[in-house]
Design a protein around this ligand. Structure first.
Ligand code: ATP
Length: 339
């Protein structure tokens, strides 16, 4: 009986990363878009439907995932992404695996990372920052309504799509917490809310804090609490000495002070109608969130592309059509089978 249960659960789990729809043979590889800690993301085109738009294929090496104990994180990332369907969040279209790799098929955001754009321009004009931040308010509101905290908001995880709208990406740290608290210290040092550093438990408000850091960084060109050492960054965050450049206007300072409020209960976004409090702030007074959601507001920058396969908005990576070498997993000893 017990054996039957185990076999049934193994069968179920072995199908976890397998989608009938895809295999590596389904795609032509066109180039590399980016590399993450555990992944390489490639631009691909479906062989069956060559007229379809190109897609992003996130390829994760099984051995690296296991070595870095990321199996449960990866499962969590997949499960969360599969629940999501929002204009400003990267959609996952399917997943599959072979003996060496796990693959996430994602819609392709051809404008690259907001990080690259910010680096190129140094700072963003206020109205551009307002556009991106407003779209992110809607994306985070959607996640929070589903009880999900994102936990890794930063310019590197904000992609720009074909028509210049944001696509929140990389759900590696996202977590479904409902109304409860979570304790894990994760994220990017400059973007961590004080309650994460203090380790006393935190909730969705950490995303509103990170949104404040992001807004500050977009307009100033640097985040409010920075240093070469993460330890010193944490000290500065806990000290909470928030200094605004002289060119920040009063309304912007008021919004930033409300988002970067160390006392969670006083932070804008703490109460149940969190996002509506935020949307009602004067800084958003000329934003029509309903029009924004249906992408009826003009975006500040439309990626210029020579062809649909143009990857000039991404860094260049040495590429090869061959998969990088990785030790083979046989079905018998593949821990992903029992996933
Ligand atoms: P990290 O180590 O930062 O957690 P990761 O391993 O989770 O990264 P991703 O951040 O998902 O990997 O992807 C790495 C890079 O690939 C991104 O920064 C981005 O430049 C590119 N990329 C990822 N997804 C897409 C997409 N859907 N469209 C276009 N580019 C993408």
């Amino acid at each position: 009986m017990e054996q039957e249960k185990i076999e049934a659960s193994e069968k179920q789990e072995s199908e976890y990363f397998i989608s009938e729809k895809y295999s590596m043979d389904s795609f032509d590889v066109l180039g590399t878009l980016g590399v993450g800690t555990f992944s390489r993301v490639r631009l691909v085109r479906s062989k069956d439907q060559p007229y379809m738009k190109p897609l992003a294929l996130k390829i994760l090496k099984k051995t690296s995932i296991l070595k870095m104990r990321q199996l449960s994180h990866l499962r969590n990332e997949k499960e969360l992404m599969e629940q999501l369907d929002h204009a400003f969040i990267t959609k996952i279209l399917g997943t599959f695996q072979d003996d060496y790799y796990v693959f996430f098929v994602l819609e392709y955001a051809c404008g690259g990372e907001l990080f690259t754009r910010l680096k190129k321009l140094g700072t963003l004009p206020s109205q551009d920052a307002r556009f991106y931040i407003s779209e992110l308010v809607l994306a985070l509101e959607y996640l929070h309504d589903k009880g999900i905290v994102f936990r890794d908001l930063k310019p590197e995880n904000i992609l720009i799509d074909r028509s210049g709208h944001v696509k929140l990406s990389d759900f590696g740290f996202a977590k479904a917490i409902s109304d409860s608290k979570t304790y894990t210290m994760c994220g990017t040092p400059e973007y961590l809310a004080p309650e994460i550093i203090l380790g006393k438990g935190y909730g969705r408000e950490v995303d509103w804090w990170a949104l404040g850091i992001l807004l500050y960084e977009m307009i100033a060109g640097y985040p409010p609490y920075c240093d070469d050492s993460p330890f010193n960054i944490y000290q500065k965050i806990l000290l909470g000495r928030l200094v605004f450049p002289s060119y920040f206007d009063d309304i912007l300072c008021s919004l930033l002070s409300a988002l970067l409020e160390p006392n969670v209960q006083k932070r804008i976004g703490y109460k149940n109608n969190a996002a509506s409090d935020l949307k009602n702030h004067l800084w958003f007074s000329n934003v029509d969130f309903n029009l924004l959601l249906i992408k009826e507001c003009p975006s500040p920058w439309i990626p210029e592309l020579m062809t649909e396969e143009d990857t000039s908005n991404f860094n260049t990576y040495p590429d090869s059509l061959e998969q990088p070498h990785a030790p083979k997993f046989t079905r018998e000893r593949d821990p992903f089978v029992g996933f």
